[in-house]
Design a protein around this ligand. Sequence first.
Ligand code: GAR
Length: 210
Amino acid sequence: MSDGFVLPRTGSLKHPIRVAVMISGGGSGLAALLRYQATARTHQTVLVLADKADVGGLQHGIDVGVPSLGIPLPTEVEAKERRVAHERLVHAALEEHDIELVVLSGYMRILTPWFVSRWKGRLVNIHPSLLPDFPGAHAHRDVLAAGVDVTGCTVHLVDEGVDTGPILAQRRVDVHEGDDESALQERVKHVEHALYPETLDRLCSGQISL
Ligand code: GAR
């Protein structure tokens, strides 16, 4: 194992890995994962967290009876302490629910080294480009501006950088002539919805080593 990554234990159908999914938006990726997990798998979502109270995607968790809550930034805390104070609240919720793997699915906050160090190897992200190309919050816009004809998505372990951790899986998606950001985003999401659950299967059944 390199760089302090500690992977999850090997899950089984009887004792699946307890997953928390973290979201910031509509949660189509969360919905796809919950559909996949409706059949017994080596991972099971037992908690959904959002970074605001009114995030629409929380409803996907509520619909299937999974505890789903928004944890907003604590505004009563001084601005420079707020990020870590927020992460302490998130970390406490993860511990309270005995979470073994944190799955970022459209979570749009950059996590601090404080949080990453506690979950390193058990913290996974999906990014809508073929990393290391087009990291950051505006991947589709950057892909279109660069004029490339192939993009894709990447599942990776999170490290202290932005979209830089070890890559677990990637899949290519064609860019079509006339694509705008939203058309491209939808085509990439469609592929993400298959790639993320499959990759979590590999990770949670002991098929990935670093
Ligand atoms: C997904 O395409 C995901 O890859 C992207 O946000 C979208 C979430 O969609 N994540 C990032 O850009 C992370 N930097 P959803 O809310 O419909 O699942």
